[in-house]
Design a protein around this ligand. Structure first.
Ligand code: CAA
Length: 279
């Protein structure tokens, strides 16, 4: 089985890594030579860390990387049995990509999106195979987090759902089934919680360290909400809040002004080396 992954950011490269580590042949597609180099470097570094920790040998690393092919042309994905898209969270850009993909890949290829909150149904409409379009939502860091949310659009077929479910099992992920709805399960719960933590900081009620410590020690979370926001990307957190706010129309989903200010100031978290914390 051949896997295509589109997008060379943290999620795209993390997803590609998951598949090659399980022995799948992967074609990782990015928009430019420098982007695909970037994706390759993320994977290479992650595997190096595993070698250093003696989780894998250098020979294992080389064998894993053998499975990875990188390309800038969408046409090179034509032989893939499933393509997982992990590009920018922009509906128009995703629709354009899916339309093109639909023309390039085989008739029975499944087109999955790693979108964190956009409508699978709407993305699927840009193709002539809405029954084979599905959400496959991985969590950051993808090589570590066990969950994949499998999101059924209105037209996703049972056969597509079953195939993606089986594939998740093959890559040692533990999936949950979700019917399409804004934020699915995790982000509908997690992201408003992060927004609330930002509100507590913005209101001057506690310091960032105290807020993070409180949720780690008081709620058993592995990371505090503000350090987690930096990991996810504050722009992504804002985007998801805006989707929830727009779709539900409920004021409880209004993004906090501090979050908006930080995104305007390019304080996006780890990816810009500056967010609630400095990296
Ligand atoms: N990429 C790859 N591997 C990573 C990594 C990364 N960015 N960060 C950590 N790891 C690996 C480490 O190498 C280590 O591997 P081994 O066990 O094989 O040695 C393992 O993860 C644990 O890492 P650490 O010991 O360094 O640190 P930790 O125990 O604190 O775990 C963590 C790190 C896994 C990130 C943990 O803090 C955690 O689970 N945090 C919460 C993450 C979370 O909630 N993610 C979901 C975000 S929401 C989302 O992604 C959806 C969306 O649409 C926005």
């Amino acid at each position: 089985m051949k896997i295509g992954v589109i997008g060379t950011g943290t999620m795209g490269s993390g997803i590609a890594q998951v598949f090659i580590e399980k022995g799948y042949e992967v074609i990782l597609n990015g928009i430019s030579e420098s982007e695909i180099k970037n994706g390759f470097n993320i994977i290479d570094k992650n595997l190096d860390r595993k070698v250093k920790k003696e989780k894998i040998t250098l020979e294992d690393k080389e064998a894993i990387l053998e499975k990875l092919n990188i390309c800038v042309e969408i046409d090179e994905l034509k032989e893939c049995d499933i393509v997982v898209e992990a590009i920018v969270e922009n509906m128009e850009v995703k629709k354009e990509l899916f339309k093109k993909l639909d023309e390039v890949v085989k008739e029975d290829t499944i087109l999955a999106t790693n979108t964190s909150s956009l409508s699978i149904t709407e993305i699927a409409l840009s193709t002539k195979r809405p029954d084979k379009v599905i959400g496959m939502h991985f969590f950051n860091p993808a090589p570590v987090m066990k969950l994949v949310e499998i999101i059924e659009g209105v037209a996703s077929s049972q056969e597509t759902v079953d195939k993606v479910h089986e594939l998740c099992n093959q890559i040692s992920k533990d999936p949950v089934m979700v019917k399409e709805a804004p934020g699915f399960i995790v982000n509908r719960i997690l992201v408003p919680m992060i927004n609330e933590a930002i509100g507590i900081l913005g209101d001057g009620i506690a310091t960032k360290e105290e807020i993070d410590k409180a949720m780690k020690l008081g709620a058993g979370h592995p990371m505090g909400p503000l350090e987690l926001s930096d990991l996810i990307g504050n722009d992504v957190v804002l985007f998801i809040m805006e989707v929830l706010h727009k779709e539900f129309g409920d004021d409880k989903y209004r993004p906090h002004t501090l979050l908006k200010k930080m995104v305007r100031g390019n304080l996006l978290g780890r990816k810009t080396k500056n967010g609630f914390y400095k990296y």
